[in-house]
Design a protein around this ligand. Structure first.
Ligand SMILES: NC(=O)c1ccc[n+]([C@@H]2O[C@H](COP(=O)([O-])OP(=O)(O)OC[C@H]3O[C@@H](n4cnc5c(N)ncnc54)[C@H](OP(=O)(O)O)[C@@H]3O)[C@@H](O)[C@H]2O)c1
Length: 379
């Protein structure tokens, strides 16, 4: 197989190192995997040329690249350019492997349809859960099972940040600054802490497990409202907060949401350490499964990219199930709210914090301003 690596940053370098290190094993087992080109940005091309032996080109030479390769592995983090790389490859029958959740989530239907039309593999394991193999087993599980529940922690930054707050009782701003210093959070952490990164990953899990939804319509609330007094109160009650993505079938469609969830201290998601991710899947035949591991990082994510490259080379990926649109249904649940509330929906108030009865999420939100922390209570 002839391959073009597009984007040579954290993930691209990880995939490159693994491909070089495992060259002989791969060659003996699945045939040669040759890195025919590395496609770099205009500004990085010259420095990269001095660093690696493979031909380094830019987007200007992409037509020539596509004429020669069987597969591209895209890890740029770009949006429009990444879409252009992927679309043009699939149109030409060239396989696409990508880690780019933002781009796949935004163009999912079109890219999948193109892949089905031309028969070119379209694989994006690294886009959900970084190094955790979850989409690959889920593709296979869906053939035998109705998926009854998907639930997970899909953002390492939020998991690290919440763990640190609950461990040290530190405040949100200082902990976020520490995460940025340690490289766990981006300089602009909005996508992570507001839940948008998690939403894109949940969107891809939903497409695979349940059917097509508009990813941007999945109700989403991040963790930016949490503060020291909430953490101190919950710690004293042996509870933890995690940012959880969940989706399950209900009458008429699916309930899907990304929001903080209140968990018992011993729950497997509550004890998930550091920046580790976990996806729990319940299948009608297989029962409960949990996929846990590093949700990001050069080597783990590079490993997921290489696994997809191998699947493309061996044409061994499971077909995606044909699914139509599925409706996002309103969410109901019991909630913990960091504010004293009154009304029929209130179950009890304790130390100024409200526990609700089962309530329509939309109705509850009408009572809250954007600064008020709330979390769903996990049954
Ligand atoms: N990092 C992780 O652990 C992780 C985990 C899962 C998924 N992902 C996803 O993987 C993708 C890459 O992430 P990353 O962390 O590797 O990003 P990164 O370190 O910023 O690397 C991106 C690379 O792509 C290059 N690039 C940008 N635009 C390009 C273009 N139009 N053509 C060719 N190359 C281009 C950049 O070059 P310049 O520096 O010259 O701009 C840079 O070398 C993102 O979509 C991300 O969401 C990352």
């Amino acid at each position: 197989m002839k391959l073009a690596l597009i984007g040579f940053g954290t993930v691209g370098r990880g995939a490159y190192d693994i491909l070089k290190d495992r060259k002989e094993v791969l060659e003996k087992t699945v045939g040669p995997v040759e890195i025919a080109y590395v496609v770099a940005s205009d500004r990085s091309r010259n420095t990269l040329e001095l660093e690696i032996d493979e031909p380094v080109v830019t987007a200007k030479e992409y037509d020539e690249v596509l004429a020669e390769v069987d597969c591209i592995a895209e890890a740029t983090g770009a949006m429009d350019m990444a879409y252009d790389y992927m679309r043009r490859a699939l149109e030409k029958g060239v396989g696409v492997v990508t880690a780019n959740k933002a781009c796949v989530s935004a163009h999912y239907e079109e890219l999948v349809a193109l892949s089905e039309k031309t028969g070119a593999p379209f694989l994006f394991e690294a886009a959900v859960g970084g190094g955790i193999p979850v989409l690959t087993p889920l593709r296979a599980l869906c053939l035998q099972n109705d998926i009854l529940d998907v639930k997970g922690i899909l953002n390492g930054t939020c998991n690290y940040l919440l763990n640190a707050m609950f461990k040290d009782g530190a405040d949100y701003k200082n902990t976020l600054a520490l995460c940025q210093e340690l490289g766990y959070a981006e300089q602009d952490p909005t996508d992570d802490v507001e839940g948008y990164d998690t939403r894109r990953k949940l969107h891809l899990l939903i497409e695979m497990a349940f059917g097509h939804v508009d990813g941007d319509a999945i109700p989403t609330r991040g963790i930016a409202q949490i503060n020291q007094s909430v953490v101190a109160y919950l710690k004293a009650n042996d509870k933890k907060v995690k940012l959880v993505a969940s989706a399950k079938p209900v009458d008429g469609g699916i309930e899907a949401v990304v929001e903080p969830v209140l968990l018992d201290g011993a729950n497997s998601l509550a004890i998930l350490p550091d920046a580790i991710n976990q996806v729990n899947v319940k299948g009608s035949w297989v029962g409960d499964l949990a996929f846990t591991g590093p949700g990001a990082g050069k080597e783990p994510t590079g490993n997921a990219v290489v696994a997809d490259i191998v699947a493309a080379a061996t044409k061994s990926a499971m077909p995606l199930m044909k699914r139509g649109d599925v409706k996002l249904m309103p969410i109901r649940g019991r909630y913990f709210v960091a504010k004293e509330l009154e009304g029929d929906f209130v179950d009890r108030v304790d130390e100024g914090f409200t526990y609700t009865k089962s309530v329509a999420r939309d109705e509850l939100l009408k009572q809250l301003d954007n600064d008020t922390f709330f979390a769903r209570i996990e049954d």
